[in-house]
Ligand binder design. Structure first.
Ligand SMILES: *[C@@H]1O[C@H](CO)[C@@H](O)[C@H](O)[C@H]1NC(C)=O
Ligand SMILES: *[C@@H]1O[C@H](CO)[C@@H](O)[C@H](O)[C@H]1NC(C)=O
Length: 277
């Protein structure tokens, strides 16, 4: 088994993010198949119906407030930064829903996934979160060669998480979690746009004291993982997300109000729902 995984790992090591901009012919061949194969290209277009992906990161400090009261939430002590919610092709259909994922598929990534992609629901083991994301979104992304297995898909997600270090970008600009200091959408967008693209979205929930809390950011990406893909509307996503979330009440999630203020609240591991009292 290990000998068959080895070439894949070698291939994955080509996927260092800075290399995406290099756009060498080898890279194009690797991603899209040889350009001289017309049939292959045709099949790929037919099969891969989506144009953009949304890479979504969540802020654990406010994630619990995005759930209804009955959903038990926890933030593991080791979690102190933005975590992955998912990597979702937008308006994907004809995905193969027949590709099950097992723990052994991502065994070698488990430590990293646990750190960067934890389940914050008490009743949901992290592996179940990953598996659900693979079965609902990963299988749709899998029509692109670099993401065509659970291992490759999760490896890409981890690389993206490393690449988009929102916590540090904000911190360097003096935007740090606080219960007292409200922020404006414009000041945050100004910091993030050069890195996440103009079309990134910052999402809030309203807490029980009617404060707006920043809990999520969505980064639109093209198939080649460059930023700035124009996915127009994410209405489809919201529907899908509601379905995925099951019992969770997601009606309350919205773009942070462009004019008003919102809070980037600290993570409180003891009281995940009430970081600011
Ligand atoms: C990535 O894809 C986008 C959209 O298809 C394209 O405009 C851009 O040139 C591509 N960039 C690279 C480096 O391949
Ligand atoms: C979801 O939240 C909204 C707004 O807080 C509320 O009006 C609605 O009743 C909730 N729905 C469920 C199913 O809990």
């Amino acid at each position: 088994m290990w000998s068959s995984v080895l070439p894949l790992l070698v291939a994955l090591s080509l996927l260092q993010l800075p290399d995406y901009t290099a756009a060498t012919q080898d890279w194009q061949d690797y991603k899209y198949g040889r350009q001289d194969s017309k049939t292959e290209l045709h099949d790929k277009k037919h099969f891969c119906t989506w144009k953009c992906l949304l890479f979504t990161l969540q802020w654990p400090g406010a994630f619990c407030q995005s759930l209804d009261e009955e959903t038990l939430c926890r933030i593991p002590p080791s979690i102190n930064s933005w975590t992955i919610h998912g990597l979702w092709p937008v308006r994907a259909f004809r995905c193969c829903k027949c590709w099950p994922m097992f723990q052994s598929d991502v065994q070698e990534l488990e430590a990293e996934l646990t750190e960067h992609w934890p389940s914050l629901l008490q009743t949901q083991p992290s592996f179940h979160f990953w598996r659900d994301e693979w079965e609902k979104h990963g299988v749709c992304a899998a029509c692109v060669e670099g993401m065509n297995s659970p291992l490759r898909y999760f490896q890409i997600c981890l690389k993206l998480r490393g690449h988009f270090d929102i916590h540090k970008l904000l911190e360097d600009a003096g935007i740090t979690p606080s219960c007292e200091r409200p922020y404006k959408v414009a000041e945050v967008r100004q910091v993030l746009a050069p890195h996440l693209g103009d079309k990134h979205e910052i999402q809030c929930v309203t807490d029980d004291k009617d404060r707006e809390l920043w809990f999520q950011v969505k980064i639109p990406l093209s198939q080649n993982l460059t930023t700035g893909c124009d996915h127009h509307s994410d209405a489809d996503w919201d529907v899908a997300s509601g379905r995925r979330a099951g019992r969770r009440n997601v009606s309350d999630r919205h773009p942070c109000p462009p004019q008003g203020a919102f809070y980037y609240v600290p993570i409180d591991h003891q009281r995940p729902r009430r970081p600011c009292g």
